[in-house]
Design a protein around this ligand. Structure first.
Ligand code: DGJ
Length: 733
């Protein structure tokens, strides 16, 4: 059984294939976290914590005799405020008499064969066993239910918490984190992600210090600037070895992921909804559920950590389960035309895709209302008759005639002041009347906390999808939420707005994706401004960045791959000079970077030379043959684009995909800057069968799997910047 309860010691042990997670009901009913790490046989670990602490200024818990009986000293399973643990709580609540004191103790537990649903929120399905532990506040009776699910083969445990107002009076919940784990020691590097628009998911790695350190979002979206994900890694942990603890949140709004180190060198790892500007009023009988946290431990470094996340997401996260198969190769119109197109121009582009191996054409921004730039028409999801006098049908027909499906861009959560929708419903936006408000990209945010707004979008977008043969929607969102005030909420519920917005969005997406299961939804938020497991649940691929330059994409895609499967990122070959940076890179390099994700093009194919057409046809043929590895294979990072060795070697980036049966693989090496007469370099591959012999097509030679992994391939001393190499491996029988 992956979840066991030892009656004698009141210990819960959750086991995955390689890990154990252990906590127990300690004296007086307090939950005490004992262990998370490599798998253990059933064990009593209490002795590890006895006699280790001095207790001055660490108050005893209510009614306790003394000694180590302090919640400030014990590693907590779900810490709370008011009973002596001065570190960050996982839960806070305010009662009608003004009290914020909590004293949560064990009431009961249940081990379940299957995971109970988490209504209204995206979460993993399935799992090998689930556990619910019920706690209650001794004074008020407020109930807190801690939920756990074990995913054995991916070494993942999920957690969330539910507060049930069993007190008979209204309660205001101020903080409901999804997971909190107290780990022994301070000796960890914290790895988090930061970025901006066009420079998403860069990697920060810094040693922990005493006190609080965190990544978070306050933007109403998970954001370009951070990602709901945090790693605590042993200082010596790298891609292939070393201990790594990681937590991710299946949520797309404000989040907090924190590490707090106390004076006893206990590190409290926490993840959940950001308590900043959040509280939720619970009437008697009502409950509030936190989003789901996904926890994994790897004793084999960051590579294994990533593969654990990839496996559990592709196995259990909503429509991400569909990404085990390759997606269509798309041609997106944005960088080809921006707002400047008409039916003839689109026909020209679509017709010139014939013979290139492209599966789907996407008409991006500018096809609706009277939108000729970014100042108007969001909300008016009817065809721009000035550009497309005959509607979408001739464009869709043209795609079909040329062997492609049709996809369309939408930005449903937004509205332009210059739109019929805004003129009809000026109160449907998030802002406070009478207060000057912010616009972002000239637009306002629709108030999705209001059921009537969500209902309107279900109807409008549902109609668009019913009336047109649309195979794919690119769902964009081009600003963050400011002026956090809703005309739909009473004064005491205003701090619920941003979470209610997310619940409204999830409701909308649940409706559309279940009514239109044949449509592939791609997420986008000015590129990767909302690249998180919550959005991926509904929209299994996300446009990773508005920076389409292949060299910048090395870092963005590497960072993204730490947690999300490469198949969930969209990457396109764009024109050179690159529109964001002016950089000129070879077509081959652009394609190898883009085809290491969900592949496509974003340029005007009518401008291709004959040679370029032939090269593009070869690229799409390669992806049609090998894309199953990007989709369903194991991903290995080999050479980091973040590394600057400073030892005279040329700097590069490399990665590879290996089929689950290790019979096929492909690896890519991209040179960043070349150096003259640089020292020789080797590329060591990973994930192969050491006993097997592999043919490498591009080298026309055979190699042992052991040779490729342990001795490596010699990298030629490339003379030019930005060149790329591809290695296609087939196991010989
Ligand atoms: C931002 C997206 O990231 C781009 O790809 C493009 O769709 C534009 N919006 C269109 O306005």
């Amino acid at each position: 059984m992956p979840i066991a309860y030892q009656d004698k010691t009141h210990t819960f042990q959750l086991d995955t294939a390689n890990t154990s997670y252990i906590f127990r009901v300690y004296n007086d009913g307090y939950l005490f976290h004992e262990y998370w790490g490599r798998r253990l046989r059933p064990v009593d670990l209490t002795r590890l914590f006895k006699g280790c602490y001095s207790s001055s200024f660490n108050p005893n818990w209510p009614g306790a005799a003394g000694g180590m009986d302090s919640l400030d000293l014990l590693p907590a399973e779900y810490p709370f405020y008011g009973s002596g643990d001065f570190r960050s709580p996982a839960v806070e609540a305010a009662f009608s008499d003004g009290s914020r004191l909590l004293n949560l103790t064990y009431v009961s537990h249940e081990i379940l064969p299957a995971k109970p649903p988490l209504p209204g929120l995206p979460s993993l399905d399935g799992g090998d066993a689930a556990l619910e532990v019920t706690l209650a506040d001794t004074a008020t009776g407020l109930t807190v239910v801690l939920s756990y699910t074990v995913y054995e083969d991916s070494d993942v445990i999920t957690r969330h918490a539910r507060i049930v107002n069993t007190t008979g009076e209204a309660v205001r919940v101020g903080r409901v984190l999804s997971a909190s784990v107290d780990l022994p020691g301070i000796n960890y590097d914290m790895i988090g992600q930061y970025g901006t628009h066009s420079r998403e998911r860069q990697i920060d790695r810094v040693p922990l210090r005493h006190g609080m350190q965190a990544v978070e979002s306050r933007r109403g979206a998970s954001g370009h600037h951070s990602n709901p994900f945090l790693v605590l890694a042993a200082p010596d942990a790298g891609e292939t070895a070393g201990e790594v603890y990681a937590a991710a949140l299946i949520y797309s709004g404000n989040f907090l992921a924190a590490a707090e180190v106390d004076a006893n060198n206990v590190t409290r790892l926490q993840i959940g909804l950001n308590p900043f500007d959040f509280s939720w009023k619970l009437e008697p009988g009502e409950s509030f559920a936190s989003p789901e946290a996904v926890l994994t431990y790897s004793a084999e470094g960051l590579g294994r950590m990533s593969r654990n996340f990839h496996r559990v997401f592709q196995g259990h996260l909503g429509r991400v389960k569909e990404t085990k198969r390759p997606g269509p190769i798309v041609l997106n119109s944005w960088e080809a035309t921006y707002f400047d197109f008409d039916e003839d121009k689109l026909r020209g582009i679509i017709q010139s895709c014939k013979g290139l191996g492209i599966d789907l054409f996407v008409l991006d921004d500018g096809w609706f209302g009277h939108r000729n730039d970014d100042t108007t028409s969001l909300g008016d999801w009817f065809v721009h008759r000035g550009k497309l006098p005959n509607g979408l049908k001739p464009v869709i027909d043209c795609c079909h005639e040329n062997g492609m499906q049709f996809g369309l861009w939408l930005e449903p959560e937004m509205v332009s002041e210059d739109s019929e929708l805004y003129r009809a419903h000026p109160d449907w936006v998030i802002c406070k009347p009478g207060q000057p408000y912010c616009k972002g990209r000239n637009q306002l945010v629709l108030d999705l906390s209001r059921p009537e707004v969500v209902a309107y979008l279900k109807e409008t977008i549902g109609r668009l999808l019913s009336e047109n043969d649309i195979a794919y929607i690119k769902w964009d969102m081009n600003r963050n939420i400011t002026d956090q005030y809703s005309l739909g909420l009473p004064a005491d519920r205003q701090p619920e707005l941003l979470h209610r917005y997310m619940l409204g969005l999830y409701d909308l997406l649940e409706d559309l994706t279940s009514r239109f299961p044949q449509v592939l939804f791609e997420g986008c938020s000015g590129g990767g401004g909302r690249f998180d497991a919550g959005m991926l649940y509904y929209m299994p691929q996300t446009w990773a960045s508005d920076d389409s330059d292949a060299i910048e994409r090395l870092k963005i895609q590497w960072g993204t791959s730490l947690i999300y499967p490469p198949r969930c990122m969209t990457a396109h070959v764009s024109a050179v000079p690159n529109h964001q940076l002016g950089r000129v890179t070879p077509l081959r390099t652009r394609a190898l970077v883009a085809m290491s994700a969900s592949f496509g093009y974003e340029l005007d194919p009518t401008a291709f030379s004959k040679e370029e057409r032939a090269e593009v046809a070869e690229q799409t043929a390669y992806y049609h043959a090998m894309g199953d590895l990007v989709a369903g294979g194991d991903f290995f990072r080999l050479v980091s684009p973040f590394e600057a060795k400073g030892n005279g070697e040329a700097e590069g980036a490399a990665w590879m995909f290996v089929s689950p049966d290790q019979s096929r693989a492909f690896a890519v090496y991209v040179q960043r800057l070349a150096v003259p007469a640089g020292p020789p370099r080797r590329l060591r591959l990973r994930g192969l069968d050491p006993q097997a012999v592999y043919r490498i097509d591009e080298l026309g030679a055979d190699f042992g799997g052991d040779e490729l992994m342990y001795a490596g391939l010699a990298l030629p001393n490339q003379a030019k910047d930005f060149e790329a190499l591809r290695f296609t491996l087939t196991k010989k029988v």
